[in-house]
Write a new protein. Sequence first.
Length: 183
Amino acid sequence: MKQNKQTELPFNIFLIGFMGAGKSTVASYMHRQYSMPLIEMDETLAERECMTIPEIFAQKGESYFRQAETELLKEIQTRSNVIISCGGGVAMRQENVEIMKKSGKVVLLTASPDSILERVKNDENRPLLKGRKTAEGIQELMDARRPFYEAAADLIIATDTQPLEDICEEIINRLRQMQPKNL
């Protein structure tokens, strides 16, 4: 691991993508490596509700959860230089995309259905995968979400084959190229 680098960005970095694409892993690494504050949206919402994400879905419903995501994004938009690991459904709402774009850059992390399945196969905290935890089921849900993800993204990074360190360095370097005067 390379030495920790202080990175001060004039905007937030929102990581979006399908569950298991690597959002939490990348965000955690960037938090440690670049000394950026980290907000893990699902974790924050679970803590606020004193429930797991599946419990929120079961007891309060998906629409309640999606509105809570939007409210959290509104809070985040007042900050800068924060890495935010978004829930897999955040980019499905246009209002959320607009909020993210106001205060940051949106980075879409992608992975193949087989990679996703391998990463989430033992995770029971994925309510939207209930009954479809197969490569085909994942592909179907990914296909439905892809247009929303791609429309929201300022940058797209595949996480299948690169080492974590390289993925994070690519994100920072490409964001710097996008805004050379500010970084």
